[in-house]
Design a protein around this ligand. Structure first.
Ligand code: ATP
Ligand code: MG
Length: 256
């Protein structure tokens, strides 16, 4: 029992918040991560805390990119590890992707705690924690410039959930195909990525895993078409219109 009444109108949101708070207690999440989560919650509220049709479209395109990738990598930060550890491990497995710990507010201790947490949830190899394989991306000025030679440095497709804009832009400049999961359709991350899933990572992750499974069975040509037909800017605009329409209905009093 988590002590959250199922009748509370924000019950699911509170459960997710508790997971982040537990992650903070375990040393996976930093104080800044709690604040970033709050920013996400506000945008989730505007979405109506549901997976939109636009998000489903982005999830399908993201699955296509992962299936087509030769060297896909899933970048893991503290919030993501705290929220969806099993999902990260399962996605890595079905997509044949590597997991790499990559932190904005980095410390050796926290890197190791996150890697242990992933192992506890069934992860095999976790990159980003062995200094022997670490290299630097010159374009980035935070701790996150440190990447794994076997992982993000060599990747063709990188999934960056809950990412910072600077790094997304740097990964793009390096020629990587970037998939973001970000509740804010206006963030630099959302706008710089090739595919942005505007949804809560908690809801998007199981859908992404299912989509990778189903697209893996399709002929390559069809998967390429799904990827090629996706237009990120138009999908983001359409998500923003949806948020606006919801605000208008709220303002008109037709939505409680
Ligand atoms: P950017 O640097 O891309 O312009 P930002 O500075 O506004 O973005 P950051 O603090 O760098 O934001 O990153 C946190 C992002 O993660 C926010 O955009 C927030 O909406 C998003 N976010 C937080 N929690 C979740 C979640 N559970 N699922 C999906 N996205 C989330
Ligand atoms: Mg930022």
């Amino acid at each position: 029992m988590d002590g959250i009444s199922p009748r509370h109108p924000r019950a699911e949101s509170l459960r997710i918040r508790k997971r982040i708070a537990d992650g903070f207690d375990r040393g996976l999440v930093v104080a800044e991560g709690l604040a970033a989560h709050g920013r996400g919650e506000a945008f989730d509220y505007l979405l109506g805390e549901r997976t939109t049709r636009e998000a489903k479209r982005a999830i399908r395109a993201a699955a296509a990119a992962l299936v087509l990738a030769e060297k896909p990598v899933i970048s893991v930060n503290g919030n993501t590890a705290a929220l969806v550890p099993e999902g990260l491990v399962e996605l890595a497995r079905v997509a044949g992707a590597k997991l790499e710990v990559n932190l904005f507010h980095g410390s050796r201790e926290r890197e190791m705690a996150i890697a242990r947490w992933l192992h506890r949830h069934g992860a095999g190899e976790v990159l980003g924690v062995d200094p022997k394989f670490s290299t630097r991306i010159r374009e980035i000025h935070s701790h996150r410039r440190k990447v794994d030679k076997r992982g993000i440095a060599a990747a063709d497709v990188v999934l960056v959930p809950l990412e910072d804009g600077d790094r997304t832009e740097a990964l793009k400049r390096l020629g990587k195909r970037v998939i973001a999961v970000d509740l804010n359709p206006m963030s630099r991350t959302a706008r710089a990525a090739d595919i942005t899933i505007v949804d809560n990572i908690v809801r998007a992750m199981p859908l992404l895993i299912a989509a990778v499974r189903s697209l893996s069975r399709l002929p390559q040509k069809r998967v390429e078409k799904i990827f090629g037909d996706f237009d990120n800017s138009s999908n983001l605009r359409s998500t923003l219109r949806l948020m606006l329409a919801r605000l208008r209905r709220l303002a008109a009093g037709s939505l409680r």
